[in-house]
Design a protein around this ligand. Structure first.
Ligand code: 3HC
Ligand code: NAI
Length: 692
C-alpha cells in the first residue's frame, strides 16, 4: 500500500490499481481528496503494469459532494476541470465503485469515470439546488446523456437522490454487485473490462438522448410550471434549467463552460450563502454545550399523550410513524373518538394519495391505544401533555400524573407559553420534566422546541433530543421564557402588524410585503387560518381591538368564511371592503391620523423587532446560538431558507442598519423599539450575531 497523500492510498491487485479515498466523515471532495485522486490516477496511469483503475471510498460513503466549507475561499487543490482531464481524459479505464451516497461533486466525479459499479443500497443525486447552487463539474451535461433530459431535470431541480436500481435502469451504473462485496465486485468488473477490451467509454460522447430532446422546448416549459411554486423567490433553479438546456443546445465543451460559470456565479450570492449556512446550522442544533454527545439516553419504548385535540393527535402520529406504541388519554369518550377519527382520516388520506399502503395505516393504528384515565399511562416511558393552555388544568394534570407515571418516566408539556418550571414544581420529579413544543400541524412541521427547565436533568434532555431525530424532527434546545424562542419573536411581529393597520396600512398590504419577502403567508392570513377567536369570549369582548370587533361580527377566520379577509366556498381569498371600512372607522374613533406607510417600513417594523427580540433571547441564554434561532424560524414558521433566518438576515444586511432603524423608531414610537443591549454591543464591537 502506498499513500498518495494523507487521504488517498494506491494499491495494486495484479494488473488492477485500487485507489482508496479515506477522508471521514463523508469523503467530501476537499482539496486533499482532489489532489489525491488526480495524483493517484496519474501514478496508476504511468505504471506500465496497470491495465485498469478502481476508485473506491473507505468509511460510510462514496464522495458525498464538494467540500461545502471550502466554497468562497481560494482553491488550493486540483480544480474540478483538472480532475476531469485526469479521469475521463486518462489513458486507462477507470471504474468508480460506489456505496453510500454519491452526491453532487462526488456523483459528478463518478460520471467522469469510464464505468461505474455500485451496491444495491447506494444512492445518487445532485443536492446542489438545496444549497442554492447547481452541479458545477459536469452533472448537468453528463446525466442527461444517460437518463434523458426529463429525468435529469428532475434530479437536478428536485435535489432528491435516486436509488441504485434507477441508476442501473438509466445506465448511470453499469453493474450492481453484492452488498458488502463492493471491492470484489469492482475488481471483477475491472477484470472483465481488461479481458474483453471494453473501450474507454466517455459519457460526453453519448448523444442520442440529447438529440431526442432537441427541438422540444415544451419539456422545459413543463418543468418551469411544475417548479414555479416550490421555488418562489429562489434563484438557482433558473440557472439549473439553463445548464441542462445547454446540454441539449450546445456542444459538450461549451455546455461545460456554461455550467461552470453559472456555478461560480452562484457561489457568492446571498441566497447560496444563506442556504449553505443553513446546512451547517441544521447540524449544529444537536450539539449542546454542557451535555456530551455520548450522554446515555433513556429507552423510550412507549409514549403517552394526554389530550386528543389538534396537537395531541398530530403528536401521536409522529411516534406511530416511527413504530413506537402510543396510549392517548382524553376526559370523555366523545373527545377521544373524535381525536382517533381524525388520526385515522389523516392516514387514510395519505394512503389515498399513494404515499402509504392501507397495511401501513393499519400497522400504525394498531400501535395506538385509547384511554379515559391517566392510569392507562402507568407504563409509559415518556408522557406528553397536550391539554388546554391553562396553568391550573396543567398543574392538576401533572400532580396526578406524577403519582401514576412510573419512576424514571419523562413528563413533557406541549404548552405554547406557560412557565414549565412552575408546572414541574407540582411534581416530585422536576428533573424529569421539560417542554416538548411541537408546531401545528404536529405530524407535518419539522420543528420541535425542546424546552429545558431549571431542573431538567441532562440525560432527559439528551433522550428527548435523540428522540426528536428519531421521529424526523429537528430539535432545538430552548430555555423557559414567555413563548420560548419562536412565539416570543412572533409576538413582536404580530404587535407591529396590528399597529400598522391602525396607522395606515391595510391587512392585505402588510401580508403582501411579508409574502413577497418569502414567508408562506402574512400575519393576517395566518390569524385567519388559526382562527381569530383563540382566547376570545363573547361575554368579555369589549370592541377594544380590531380582532375583538371581527369576532363580534362573527368573522372568526377561515372556518367562518370571513376574518380579516373574505373567503368564498372554495377558500379563495379576497380583501374585504367591510373590514377596510371597519378599520378606518375604528382608527378615526381612536383619533389616529392615518398616513401612507411604505413597504420598506412595513418590512422593517415587522422584522427588526423580531431580530431585536432574538438578541435578547441570546443575551438571556434562552437559545444556545444565533443559528438555532434561525432554524426555529425556518422550520416552525416557513422563514425562506434562502434568507437564512432572521439572525442571518440581520448580519447580512448589517446589524448597524438594524440598530439605527430601531433607534429611529424608538424615537418616534417608543419603547417597543428599545434596542437590546446585545445588539448595541455587537454593533459597537463590529462583530456579528453569529460570532458571539
Ligand atoms: N462538505 C463538508 N462537510 C460535509 C459535507 C460536505 N459536502 N457533507 C457532510 N458534511 C459534514 C457534516 O457537516 C457533518 O459534520 P459534523 O459531524 O461536524 O456535524 C458530517 O459531515 C456528517 O454529515 P451528516 O451529519 O449530514 O451525516 P449523515 O450520515 O446524516 O448524512 C450525507 C450524510 C447524506 C452525505 C449528508 O451529509 C449530506 O447530504 N451532505 C451534503 C451533500 C451535498 O450537498 N453535496 C453537494 C455539495 S455541492 C457540490 O458538490 C458542488 C459540485 O457540484 C461542484
Ligand atoms: P385542543 O383544544 O385542540 O385540544 C385539547 C384537548 O385536551 C381537548 O380534546 C380536551 O378534551 C383535552 N383535555 C383537556 N383537559 C384534559 C385532561 N385533564 N385530560 C385529558 N385530556 C384533556 O388544544 P390544542 O390546540 O391541541 O392545544 C393543546 C396544547 O398544545 C396547548 O397547551 C396549546 O397551547 C399547545 N399548542 C397548540 C398549538 C396549536 O397550534 N394549536 C401549537 C403548539 C402548542
Amino acid at each position: 500500500m502506498a499513500a498518495v497523500n494523507a487521504v488517498t492510498d494506491l494499491t495494486r491487485e495484479g494488473d488492477i490499481a485500487v485507489l482508496t479515498i479515506n477522508s471521514p466523515p463523508v469523503n467530501a471532495l476537499s482539496a486533499d481528496v482532489r489532489n489525491g485522486l488526480r495524483g493517484g490516477v496519474e501514478q496508476a496511469a504511468a505504471d506500465a503494469a496497470v491495465k485498469a483503475i478502481v476508485v473506491i471510498c473507505a468509511g460510510r460513503t462514496f464522495i458525498a459532494g464538494a467540500d461545502i466549507s471550502e466554497f468562497g475561499r481560494p482553491s488550493k487543490g486540483a480544480t474540478l476541470p483538472e480532475l476531469q482531464a485526469a479521469l475521463e481524459g486518462g489513458p486507462k479505464p477507470i471504474i468508480a465503485a460506489i456505496h453510500g451516497t454519491a452526491l453532487g461533486g462526488g456523483f459528478e466525479m463518478a460520471l467522469m469515470c469510464h464505468y461505474r459499479v455500485a451496491v444495491p443500497s447506494a444512492k445518487f443525486g445532485f443536492p446542489e439546488i438545496k444549497l442554492g447552487l447547481i452541479p458545477g463539474a459536469g452533472g448537468t451535461q453528463r446525466l442527461p446523456r444517460l437518463s434523458g433530459v426529463e429525468n435529469a431535470l428532475e434530479a437536478v431541480l428536485s435535489g432528491n437522490p435516486f436509488d441504485a436500481k434507477q441508476a442501473l435502469a438509466w445506465g448511470v451504473v453499469d453493474a450492481l454487485v453484492d452488498e458488502g462485496k463492493l471491492r470484489e465486485g469492482a475488481l471483477a468488473f475491472a477484470r472483465k473490462v481488461i479481458d474483453t477490451h471494453m473501450p474507454l467509454r466517455k459519457i460526453r460522447d453519448l448523444n442520442d438522448k440529447i438529440d431526442a430532446a432537441r427541438g422540444h422546448p415544451e419539456i422545459f416549459d413543463k418543468v418551469r410550471r411544475d417548479y414555479a411554486r416550490k421555488y418562489r423567490g429562489f434563484e438557482a433553479w433558473q440557472s439549473a434549467m439553463s445548464a441542462v438546456k445547454a446540454a441539449v443546445d450546445l456542444p459538450f465543451d461549451d455546455g461545460m463552460k456554461l455550467e461552470r460559470q453559472a456555478f461560480l456565479d452562484l457561489i457568492p450570492t446571498a441566497q447560496s450563502r444563506a442556504q449553505r449556512y443553513v446546512f451547517f446550522a441544521e447540524r449544529k442544533v444537536w450539539k449542546i454545550a454542557d451535555i456530551a454527545d455520548d450522554t446515555e439516553t433513556l429507552p423510550i419504548k412507549k409514549v403517552g399523550i394526554i389530550g386528543a385535540g389538534t396537537m395531541g393527535g398530530g403528536i401521536s402520529m409522529n411516534f406511530l410513524n416511527a413504530g413506537i406504541p402510543v396510549t392517548i388519554v382524553e376526559t370523555a369518550q366523545e373527545a377521544l373518538d373524535r381525536g382517533l377519527k381524525i388520526i385515522r382520516r389523516n392516514y387514510d388520506n395519505t394512503a389515498k394519495k399513494g404515499r402509504m399502503t392501507q397495511a401501513d395505516v393499519e400497522t400504525r393504528m394498531a400501535l395506538l391505544g385509547p384511554g379515559l384515565k391517566l392510569e392507562a399511562l402507568a407504563d409509559c416511558d415518556l408522557i406528553i401533555e397536550a391539554v388546554f393552555e391553562n396553568m391550573d388544568i396543567k398543574k392538576d394534570v401533572f400532580q396526578k400524573l406524577d403519582k401514576i407515571a412510573k419512576p424514571g418516566a419523562i413528563l413533557a408539556t406541549n404548552t405554547s407559553y406557560l412557565n414549565i418550571d412552575e408546572i414541574a414544581s407540582v411534581t416530585a420529579r422536576p428533573d424529569y420534566v421539560l417542554g416538548m413544543h411541537f408546531f401545528s400541524p404536529a405530524n407535518v412541521m419539522r420543528l420541535l422546541e425542546v424546552v429545558r427547565g431549571e431542573k431538567t436533568a441532562k440525560p432527559v434532555i439528551a433522550t428527548v433530543m435523540h428522540l426528536a431525530r428519531k421521529i424526523g424532527k429537528i430539535g432545538v434546545l430552548v430555555g423557559v421564557c414567555h413563548g420560548f424562542v419562536g412565539n416570543r419573536m412572533l409576538h413582536q411581529r404580530q404587535r407591529e402588524a396590528q399597529k400598522l393597520i391602525l396607522e395606515g396600512a391595510m391587512p392585505w398590504e402588510v401580508d403582501r410585503v411579508i409574502y413577497d419577502f418569502g414567508l408562506p403567508m402574512g400575519p393576517f392570513a395566518m390569524s385567519d387560518l388559526a382562527g381569530l377567536d383563540i382566547g376570545w369570549s363573547k361575554e368579555t369582548s369589549k370592541s377594544s381591538t380590531i380582532r375583538e370587533i371581527l369576532c363580534e361580527m362573527d368573522r372568526r377566520g377561515q372556518k367562518t368564511g370571513a376574518g380579516f379577509y373574505d373567503y368564498d366556498e372554495n377558500r379563495n381569498v379576497k380583501p374585504s371592503p367591510v373590514v377596510e371600512k371597519m378599520i378606518l372607522e375604528f382608527a378615526a374613533k381612536k383619533g389616529i391620523n392615518r398616513r401612507r406607510i411604505t413597504d420598506d417600513e412595513i418590512l422593517e417594523r415587522c422584522i427588526y423587532p423580531m431580530i431585536n427580540e432574538g438578541a435578547k433571547i441570546l443575551e438571556e441564554g434562552k437559545a444556545q446560538r444565533a443559528s438555532d434561532i434561525d432554524i426555529v424560524w425556518i422550520n416552525g414558521y416557513g422563514w425562506p431558507v434562502y434568507r437564512g433566518g432572521p439572525m442571518f438576515y440581520a448580519d447580512l444586511i448589517g446589524t448597524d442598519k438594524v440598530l439605527a432603524r430601531m433607534k429611529e423608531f424608538e424615537g418616534t414610537m417608543g419603547a417597543d423599539f428599545k434596542p437590546a443591549p446585545l445588539l448595541e454591543k455587537v454593533v459597537a464591537e463590529k462583530r456579528t450575531l453569529h460570532d458571539l
